[in-house]
Design a protein around this ligand. Structure first.
Ligand code: ATP
Length: 592
């Protein structure tokens, strides 16, 4: 039997009531166990609040105002009364639930001409949401509102609670991909342990729906066979950090490869014939933003098919100089592309080969992957390979590091050259480390932190958020842990921008946030900013690294935090600085 959407919503409701991760996995697995192979992909996507994988760029994301209009239309209330209830309840889902539950049946029926609620299955709901997402062009907002209100008036209050959240990108169940993979593993194989295999597959294709479908139709055997494929982005490999050349050498047992660390935008380039697509590290499809890079790649390609990775930097061809990150960041805009392309010329520095000659190269050792670049792409003025050398002394590392800084790079990358130095898709492992200028002569460096909460300002900042509670990410527990409050370094424009971006994200305290301090408001943990600080100290006020320090209640905190001016929009919150990274920096700092 096909899964009814209502059953899925009952499961979501149970999940909402618990804070415990294992319980959430069990509740979800109990429902997923009944799903069929042809619906599990879509169920999986809906459960993490999506209808397609990110890289396809098809999103619902209706503005809150549109959802309010749809609710008003469906219930015969005014927009004003819906807005008022939303302000009281602080959540669109609860508002929809409440409105429909307390509405006399006769009113609803009069509006819809329906005799009773329609029982939709999950696939029907997915198809309706898809049709809303695909509406574009003139009059599409109105059409979306009408379709949504038509749907809401036919479903139960509980279903409306989740539909409205999904269309506005606010599902907020606390179910991230990791938890979903665990539940899928338990539902289909009876054990959570097989999650690692699912994760491996998900890292290779960044498409959790496809992984789920493969598991349900072909079992673990087929999941094992999921390999890298062209035009489906691979989750990027990330680096740990070191704060000295000696530490780098120690990490790599005395020998490693060094590369310049360019300060730009990471890009994964997929090519087959003249079809070239570019993916960011999120991974999002950014092909349209870089028509010049597509041309450069087509000019430089020797082979017809490949996946390579590199960094796009802003480049001044007259002075032969790499320009700042702030400039290249402007190339991410989705409008004025032609103008920005001519205003801000770029160059690409490639550093890895992930697929070519018809097969994945992820399991190949790093130096071999790097050598493949020469076979598949010729260097041109616009496509270069990252500057690289092999080092076995601290002096060599230091000299390469200073050379990199002189050439406008932000530091260097150290990469393992030993056997087994494969590309660890989706992981921040120790096969790659970064050593940046920020790390030298400072007790601590810049962190990419997630805004979890805020307090309203006083005086000049009254009515706006004045200080922000920031956190790091703990991937093992799928939790955001608090690390510091920050109130300095913001210009008035920064504060306005943050107020505008954060207001729609206000909600009850999210269960994926672990905090022992209170804040005036809590947010969906989505916005990442860069913050510098003077020192990391032990504190009972913050939860970063709790459980790894001397006392149960000890956490780590940042002293003298300051916003650096950088909004880190190319990074999902799960790729913010991790609690483990902060702990490593703290231990290094203590050893010094
Ligand atoms: P950061 O803000 O320090 O770049 P990050 O979280 O974006 O951190 P890390 O994996 O920690 O990413 O650091 C490596 C990043 O540096 C890559 O994601 C890539 O964007 C960039 N980079 C620049 N040059 C290189 C290179 N030669 N090899 C690998 N990555 C490089």
């Amino acid at each position: 039997m096909i899964l009814r959407f209502k059953i899925l919503c009952e499961c979501y409701f149970q999940i909402e009531k618990t804070q415990k991760k294992l319980e959430m996995v069990d509740i979800l697995a109990d429902t997923l166990i009944n799903a069929k192979a042809d619906e599990i992909g879509k169920i999986s996507l809906l459960t993490i609040g999506k209808i397609y994988p990110d890289f396809l760029g098809i999103e619902l994301m209706l503005a809150e105002k549109m959802a309010i209009r749809a609710l008003a239309l469906a219930t015969g209330m005014s927009d004003k009364s819906v807005t008022k209830m939303l302000e009281e309840l602080g959540d669109l889902g609860k508002t929809a639930h409440n409105l429909l539950e307390n509405k006399p049946q006769s009113t609803l029926l009069a509006f819809t001409n329906q005799k009773e609620e329609t029982e939709y299955d999950v696939l029907e709901i997915w198809t309706k949401l898809d049709s809303i997402a695909q509406m574009t062009g003139e009059g599409s907002s109105d059409k979306k509102i009408r379709t949504l209100s038509g749907l809401i008036s036919k479903i139960s209050p509980l279903e409306a609670r989740y539909i409205i959240r999904i269309v506005c990108g606010q599902l907020r169940l606390g179910v991230a991909s990791q938890l979903l993979l665990e539940a899928l593993s338990k539902a289909k194989t009876g054990s959570r342990e097989n999650k690692n295999l699912l994760e491996r597959a998900n890292n290779r294709c960044a498409d959790i729906g496809f992984v789920a479908e493969t598991l349900y139709s072909g079992g673990l055997e087929e999941v094992r066979k999921i390999e890298v494929k062209l035009f489906s982005p691979i989750r990027v490999m990330l680096a740990q950090r070191v704060s000295s050349s000696n530490e780098m050498l120690e990490r790599f047992n005395g020998r490693c490869s060094l590369e310049y660390k360019y300060d730009g935008l990471r890009v994964q380039i997929h090519k087959k014939g003249t079809n070239v697509k570019l993916f960011s590290r999120r991974p999002e499809n950014v092909t349209n933003q870089f028509p010049d890079v597509i041309k450069f790649i087509n000019e430089a390609a020797i082979e017809d098919e490949f996946i390579v990775e590199g960094e796009i930097v802003a480049f001044d061809r007259i002075r032969n100089k790499i320009l700042s990150f702030q400039l290249v960041a402007q190339r991410k805009r989705k409008h004025d592309i032609e103008q920005k392309t001519s205003e801000i010329p770029v160059r690409v520095y490639l550093f890895d080969t992930l697929f070519c000659f018809d097969e994945s190269k992820l399991d190949m050792d790093y130096l071999e992957r790097r050598k493949l670049l020469d076979e598949i792409i010729r260097k041109t003025d616009n496509i270069q390979f990252s500057h690289q050398t092999i080092a076995s002394t601290a002096d060599e590392i230091e000299s390469f590091f200073h050379q990199a800084l002189e050439e406008s790079c932000e530091g260097i990358m150290g990469k393992s050259v030993s056997e087994g130095s494969k590309y660890q898709a989706g992981a921040r492992g120790w096969n790659w480390v970064k050593y940046k200028a920020d790390y030298v002569d400072k007790l601590s460096d810049a962190f990419d932190l997630v805004i979890l909460g805020a307090d309203y300002g006083k005086g000049k900042r009254a009515g706006k958020f004045g200080s922000f509670l920031l956190g790091c990410y703990n991937p093992d527990e799928n939790l955001f842990q608090t690390f510091t409050w920050v109130a300095t370094g913001f210009s008035d424009e920064n504060l306005d921008e943050l107020h505008r971006d954060l207001k729609p994200l206000i909600r009850d305290k999210p269960k994926e946030v672990h905090s022992v301090v209170e804040s005036n408001v809590w947010f969906d943990p989505k916005v990442v900013i860069e913050v510098s600080g003077a020192e990391i100290t032990v504190s009972q006020m913050h939860t970063c690294s709790r459980g790894f320090l001397e006392k149960e209640t000890d956490g780590l905190a940042l002293r003298f935090p300051r916003f650096t001016g950088k909004f880190v929009s190319d990074r999902p919150p799960e790729q913010a600085t991790s609690s483990e990274e902060i702990r490593t920096i703290y231990l290094n700092q203590r050893n010094k």
